[in-house]
Design a protein around this ligand. Structure first.
Ligand SMILES: Nc1ncnc2c1ncn2[C@@H]1O[C@H](COP(=O)(O)OP(=O)(O)OP(=O)(O)O)[C@@H](O)[C@H]1O
Ligand SMILES: [Mg+2]
Length: 372
């Protein structure tokens, strides 16, 4: 039995009430976006695009939103039946790489790795590490994209003295939701700030976190990794998933940006602070990650200093992390207020203000460990 829905909210309500198994959508359906298609599919409702055979733009748009099966409006009954069965057969949870069968991107063979930089609360230096790691990778000849998905306190733009008005991640996610994000439009949103280093800045204010929804972040990272070697992602610290508390499984959730980045990432660089509080949080953070099926690409103890951990801080922290966190070779980055402040003041990276400093070399060694 069919049901004609008057608009998208009506369609979503009908789908949530399980009034049907397949939703027929046209590219002209107002408000249809990536999250809506995702919600339908997560609710095990197949999505069938109804598109004129000569409406290539309409089909491409729906494809970007995750629609995989199409039928013409005037298709004979037998074709329609086959298309409905085909739409039902598409897996309800979009799989990795599901969204990248795009026209212009077919020619792009490069698919870079995604490295998420994460660390527990307390400003251990995630952004400092992410920015300088990205810069070191670029200095080493890699094409790098740095993306700020911190929904609590985005700061990549400030670290690199990029104007507040930069459209950044919010615009990229909006384009992803509307099915218009591709390599070309992504390139316009992510300016090159250093040779081979492009940056997608974070949210200008944290109250805009609902704009960064899971499907859009996934799609954005999928596009970001096309045509570059490494995507470095600066993530917020909080990983609590309030899924179990919420009856509404499709509502946006604040920590989804970090959780999605960790899910998508090929490797995670974990940053903790080199003091008793930071180290305890780091060990607990590593335990949290252990339950998440992520590959740890490096553990960084930042702002390390004897005054906070005692004499011979390096060997002390090394043995402590081995004993309590099972970490064999952490990267130890010294506290160097003068050099790190100088980079921050100049809105640039450590390489430009303190090329020979141990603090720079320590972060550069994370890059070497990641890409060889
Ligand atoms: N090795 C270091 N030596 C001295 N200062 C440092 C070092 N690393 C980071 N800092 C400083 O510590 C502060 C916090 O660093 P950063 O912004 O990178 O942390 P974060 O973990 O990203 O914090 P947030 O919670 O704001 O995202 C900054 O002022 C930064 O300049
Ligand atoms: Mg930060």
């Amino acid at each position: 039995m069919g049901r004609r829905c008057v608009d998208l909210p009506d369609l979503l309500a009908a789908a949530h009430a399980r009034l049907g198994d397949v939703a027929l959508v046209s590219p002209r359906l107002r408000g249809l976006d990536l999250s809506a298609v995702r919600d339908l599919r997560l609710g095990s409702v197949g999505v069938l695009g109804v598109v004129d055979p000569d409406d290539e733009a309409g089909e491409a748009m729906l494809r970007q939103l995750g629609v995989r099966t199409f039928v013409a409006p005037d298709a004979p009954a037998a074709d329609l039946y086959g298309a409905v069965v085909g739409a039902l057969a598409v897996p309800s949870v979009p799989s990795d790489g599901d969204g990248d069968d795009l026209t212009e991107e077919d020619e792009i063979t490069r698919r870079g790795q995604v490295v998420a930089v994460w660390g527990p609360a307390g400003a251990p230096g995630r952004t400092t590490v992410a920015v300088n790691l990205a810069a070191e990778l670029a200095l080493g000849g890699r094409e790098v994209v740095l993306v700020d998905v911190d929904t609590q306190a985005a700061s990549v733009a400030q670290h690199l003295a990029i104007l507040d008005e930069a459209p950044g991640v919010a615009a990229a996610c909006r384009a992803a939701e509307h099915g218009t994000l591709d390599v070309t439009s992504f390139g316009r949103l992510a300016p090159e700030v250093l040779p081979r280093l492009r940056v997608l800045t974070g949210l200008p204010s944290p109250d805009r976190w609902p704009e960064l929804r899971s499907g859009a972040i996934e799609r954005m990272l999928e596009v970001a990794r096309l045509d570059c070697d490494v995507v470095v992602v600066d993530c917020a610290s909080c990983l609590e998933d309030d899924d179990e508390l919420s009856y509404d499984t499709v509502a946006p959730r604040r920590n989804m940006a970090a959780l999605t980045a960790l899910d998508v990432a090929d490797q995670v660089v974990v940053v903790g602070a080199g003091d008793p509080v930071g180290l305890q949080r780091l060990v607990r953070g590593l335990q949290d990650l252990a339950g998440r099926d992520v590959e740890i690409g490096g553990v960084v103890v930042n702002r390390l200093r004897a005054s906070a951990v005692g004499a011979r801080p390096m060997s002390r922290v090394q043995s402590l992390l081995e004993r309590f966190g099972g970490v064999e070779a952490p990267v130890l980055v010294p506290l160097d207020v003068e050099r790190v402040d100088a980079a921050l003041l100049a809105g640039t990276v450590l390489h430009d203000v303190a090329a020979d400093a141990p603090v720079r070399h320590a972060i550069a060694s994370v890059a070497t460990a990641l890409v060889g």
